[in-house]
Design a protein around this ligand. Structure first.
Ligand code: AP5
Ligand code: MG
Length: 228
């Protein structure tokens, strides 16, 4: 049973990190540090290094400068720990070796450890379909897909009954191309970083949502209904 440990989910855009985390938060009691969401909440913030807004950089598919990201992450960790969360899932952080090194320092300051890093392995053909078909309910955050997981009733959210859906601005072919190249150039090295530490576990993220969940739970040493 996991006790006060932090877990990193890593993988290319569209591999299914958010889909798995949504359930781990709701059913298993994890806190999540979802960097994309933190940045979207601060979309108007101007990034001094480039003079562009956070939203502008995200929409282009570029990674944000490390400094601003680490600042948002540290503040969110503090908030979650103060709210009593012991087991945290990191979604979209670290995405560069610099960020991974900063996370090591943060972990030490909080007197905890990263127990496992789950690498969501998925080929690009599937990623493209997942990304171009993705939409979500803004009311409850439930993620859907035109090709793989539509709501049971068209136009109505399965979870909260909402009838409006949104598609993210970075879910288009141009932005996706940039996001995939950023992943290859900057984030792939983070996978090696954790492999060398001996805490990396790989899951086949091309499988369906339930199979991926089973593999993820196994990596975390949890059973289906166990809470952290
Ligand atoms: P972020 O919001 O983190 O996006 P991402 O990692 O690029 O990934 P997505 O959220 O697009 O995909 P996901 O893996 O969560 O998959 P999902 O579950 O949605 O980051 C956005 C941007 O923020 C970055 O581009 C960058 O600009 C900035 N940023 C973020 N972190 C940063 C950092 N650390 N440093 C610098 N900049 C940073 O699933 C995708 C679709 O597939 C859905 O439609 C879903 O229904 C479907 N699906 C999921 N699993 C399955 C399955 N098993 N079978 C079939 N369909 C599935
Ligand atoms: Mg996501």
């Amino acid at each position: 049973m996991i006790n006060k440990s932090w877990i990193v989910f890593i993988g290319a855009p569209g591999c299914g990190k958010g889909t798995q985390i949504e359930r781990l938060v709701k059913k298993n009691g994890f806190g999540s540090v979802a960097v994309g969401d933190l940045l979207r909440q601060n979309g108007n913030h101007v990034v001094p290094e480039t003079g562009q807004t956070v939203a502008g950089l995200m929409n282009s598919g570029s990674l944000l400068p490390d400094g601003i990201v680490v600042g948002f992450v540290e503040a969110d960790i503090r908030k979650q720990v103060d709210n009593g969360k012991r087991s945290l899932l990191f979604d979209g952080f670290p995405r560069s070796v610099y960020q991974a090194e900063r996370l090591d320092e943060i972990v030490a300051n909080f007197d905890t450890e990263i127990s496992v890093v789950v690498d969501f392995v998925c080929n690009e053909e599937i990623l493209v379909k997942r990304i171009l078909g993705r939409f979500l309910c803004p009311g409850c955050g439930k993620i859907y897909n035109d090709f793989f997981s539509r709501p049971f009733k068209d136009g109505v959210c399965d979870v909260c009954g909402g009838n409006k859906f949104i598609r993210r601005n970075d879910y288009n072919e141009l932005s996706l191309k940039k996001r995939l190249s950023e992943f290859r150039e900057k984030t792939a090295a983070v996978i090696d970083f954790y492999e060398r530490k001996g805490i990396l576990r790989k899951v086949d993220a091309a499988k369906n949502v339930a199979s991926v969940r089973a593999s993820v739970l196994e990596c975390l040493g949890l059973s289906e209904k166990e809470n952290v």
